[in-house]
Design a protein around this ligand. Structure first.
Ligand SMILES: [Zn+2]
Length: 365
């Protein structure tokens, strides 16, 4: 029977003795770290003693304890680290089970890739350059070089042509200008417009007063758009007859869904096409509840004919454009952290919520 070394064997740990005994520096460093954690000076002595007791009684191996400490490294707060340590040591278990528990309990930290530009050597007279930069800068570049490309040809080569043209002859990459869009639940909006809502009153320095609604319409009509959302139907219908969505409808469709709704797709609504959920040829109208932003690729793969499911299609579920699998299961695209309607109506007492919609690139808050 194997007798795993437990934390007790490190009570009188000596780094020099361990190195002299021929253990690798890496191993000795691990043990030193465990010794510091379980026997070194600590602020929360009681907690530390509890952890030592659990590690010892649970007969956790030194490898398991090292696994725990490695997982806890990114947790910056010592108290939070100790809480997690105690929970992981609560019951004896094997290595595999411990690893599963760590995965479940310890928040995953993803370290951002290092920003910079990197070049490779030549291969068959080509070279590769990779650019890692702030997401805003890359979104601006992507927006610029993907404009006016031919949808019938592969995109990548066209991106390259536009990219090189921009670098050699272009005037530069314009920055996205955030454009505020104020989303107000419809019942509140109609009350505010009717003048009997709980609108705020602004006191002006010329001695007059003005309601919030007056202020917005008089002074920010150009910079802030006010969008009314119905709790179930989403953005409010404006037009019924046109084949193509107008700008207001496109903006509202994008406000309702800031990203292509297909799970895993990274395309922001601003670089999407506006898609008819029920196809125009099947009688679908150009109403907001029938519009959804879909990236060019997923617009092409969408099953426009719902009676012939092959690759899934987007449907309007409770006012939210949602992708539904060929077998009928709805799934959300969780790539984008922000969905305005959920923010608006998740609360019991809906309050006006502001969202910033960039001029292009993914909408975000
Ligand atoms: Zn997509």
């Amino acid at each position: 029977m194997l007798n795993a070394h437990t934390i007790d064997t490190l009570a009188d740990f000596s780094r020099n003795d361990a190195l002299a005994a021929g253990f690798s520096t890496a191993k000795v460093n691990q043990w030193q770290h465990l010794h510091d954690v379980y026997y070194g000076p600590a602020k929360a002595n009681k907690q530390r003693a509890k952890a030592l007791r659990r590690a010892s009684e649970g007969r956790f191996s030194l490898d398991q304890l090292t696994l725990i400490e490695n997982a806890l490294k990114p947790v910056a707060n010592p108290a939070a680290r100790m809480r997690l340590r105690l929970r992981l040591l609560a019951t004896a278990m094997n290595y595999k089970a411990l690893r599963a528990l760590i995965k479940q309990l310890v928040p995953k930290t993803t370290t951002a890739p290092k920003k910079g530009v990197r070049f490779t050597a030549s291969r068959n007279r080509t070279r590769t350059m990779t650019v890692t930069a702030d997401e805003r800068d890359i979104a601006d570049i992507e927006h610029l070089i993907s404009r006016d490309i031919d949808p019938d040809r592969p995109a990548s080569g066209q991106f390259l042509d536009n990219f090189l043209t921009t670098l050699r002859d272009g005037v530069g990459v314009p920055r996205a200008v955030p454009r505020p869009l104020l989303l107000i639940p419809l019942p509140d909006y109609t009350r505010i417009v009717a003048g009997d809502g709980d609108d705020i009153t602004l006191g002006l320095t010329d001695g007059t007063t003005m309601t919030g609604a007056e202020y917005l319409t008089k002074h920010h009509a150009d910079t802030i758009e006010v969008a009314a959302f119905h709790p179930q139907h989403g953005p409010v219908n404006l037009y019924r007859t046109e084949r193509f969505a107008n700008k207001k409808q496109r903006d509202l469709a994008r406000a309702a869904m800031p990203i292509c709704p297909v799970p895993g797709c990274r395309h922001g609504a601003d670089s999407c096409e506006i898609h008819h959920i029920t196809a125009w040829k099947f009688g679908g109208e150009t109403n907001l509840d029938n519009l959804a932003p879909l990236c060019r690729y997923h617009n092409g793969t969408n099953d426009d004919d719902p009676t012939n499911p092959r690759r899934g299609r987007v449907e309007n579920i409770s006012g939210t454009p949602t992708w539904v699998s060929p077998r009928g299961y709805p799934a959300e695209n969780t790539t984008h952290p922000y969905a305005p309607k959920r923010t608006l109506f998740a609360r019991s007492a809906p309050a006006p919520a502001a969202t910033v919609e960039p001029g292009h690139g993914a909408a975000s808050l």
